[in-house]
Design a protein around this ligand. Structure first.
Ligand code: COI
Length: 355
């Protein structure tokens, strides 16, 4: 691998690879041997290093713990049939991390530090990239405030880190969702478009209520009137209604600019699929479900990949979607994306970078 940045690499004395059961991976539970770290001090990124994965030492006054300046990304690396390691759209994750950083009053990270930190970490931990079908290496870049200070102001110091986890499916079967018209995820002018910890924290209680009622996830609606479908808790969401693929736009600042969402839209355009980026009204979805006009519903996300939705709860009624045919758009787009990521299909949009 050609490198443009050099920094210290402290390797672990004892790899955990041998004791890891790759045939039984629970999403997010198994962490690879090393992590990349960089610190922001005196207005600059410094002390770049790779270290053995280990706990952090934080002061109880650490600003992140109190005021929530914390942002993250989710991306994946894949094992190709030739044994190479491919990373999907890392540049898009880098850009989105920096958009989140600006909104959360945090420093942006230069592309070279993000990419070189990532590539050298993946090179070192390449044996952690699973080769089983459907498995991958989930990559978690994140940044958080490091000032020890009690008072509401942006921190002066930050830490950027990347660690990785070999993973299988996030959802192992089609999901059921409940349209949420009481609680709010995001409002215009808020932080809904930022991948920041607080958005996920705020979603936990409503999601738990939905889970207690028998649903896997929520379909969030707009915070003002609760009559437009926005996104799901772990993924963007798409419907195919009367032959047209429809997904919410990301122009209101209330929806995460999903990279899988963007890739699916690109493929739909390549295939001349009828496509509309607009809000689906709750009433429109309800009527379409009643009339059997929802051909497909699915979530899109890095962790979730393409997650088929099999049941939707709207206004007190459960609607079960019909079984999808083998040539359903969601099946085709999942197969195409997997082919590109795992290196078995052409990559016309240059989404893949090999480590
Ligand atoms: C991702 O898809 O990468 C996320 O961050 C969502 C989370 C459910 C893991």
């Amino acid at each position: 691998m050609k490198t443009t940045l050099t920094f210290p690499i402290h390797q672990t004395r004892k790899s955990r690879l041998e004791e890891t059961d790759f045939s039984n991976l629970v999403f997010g539970k198994t962490i690879s041997d090393h992590m990349f770290v960089a610190d922001f001090k005196n207005g600059d990124w410094t002390d770049l290093r790779i270290e053995p994965y280990q706990p952090l030492q934080l002061s109880p006054a650490n600003a992140t713990l109190h005021y929530g300046q914390s942002i993250f990304e989710g991306m994946k690396a894949y094992r190709t049939p030739e044994g190479d390691i491919s990373v999907f759209r890392g540049d898009a994750n880098w850009k989105r991390l920096n958009e989140s950083a600006v909104r959360m009053c945090m420093p942006t990270i230069p592309e070279e530090i993000f990419m070189e930190g990532l590539m050298q970490l993946l090179d070192l931990d390449r044996d952690w990239v699973p080769s089983a079908k459907g498995a991958s290496l989930y990559i978690r870049p994140f940044m958080f405030a490091m000032d020890d200070y009690i008072g509401v102001k942006p921190s002066d110091t930050y830490r950027f880190m990347i660690f990785t986890c070999p993973v299988g499916n996030y959802y192992s079967k089609p999901v059921s969702v409940k349209v949420e018209t009481n609680y709010t995820r995001a409002t215009p002018g808020g932080v809904g478009a930022a991948k920041t910890a607080g958005n996920y924290a705020a979603s936990l209680y409503p999601a738990r209520l939905a889970q207690q009622a028998g649903y896997d996830q929520l379909l969030w609606t707009d915070g003002q009137n609760h009559d437009l479908i926005e996104e799901s808790g772990t993924m963007n969401v798409m419907f195919k209604i009367k032959g047209t693929l429809i997904t919410a736009p990301t122009t209101t600042g209330t929806i995460l600019k999903g990279i899988t969402r963007n890739s699916v839209i690109q493929l739909a355009k390549d295939w001349n699929e009828p496509l509309e980026e607009r809000f689906v009204k709750v009433s429109e979805l309800e009527n379409a479900l009643k009339n059997g006009e929802v051909d497909e519903a699915f979530g899109t996300g890095t962790a979730a990949t393409i997650a088929h939705i099999e049941r939707i709860h709207v206004n007190g009624v459960d609607y079960t979607l019909p079984q999808k045919s083998a040539d359903a758009f969601s099946h085709r787009v999942l197969a195409e994306l997997d082919g590109i990521k795992y290196g078995t299909l052409a990559d016309p949009h240059e989404w893949i970078r090999l480590v």
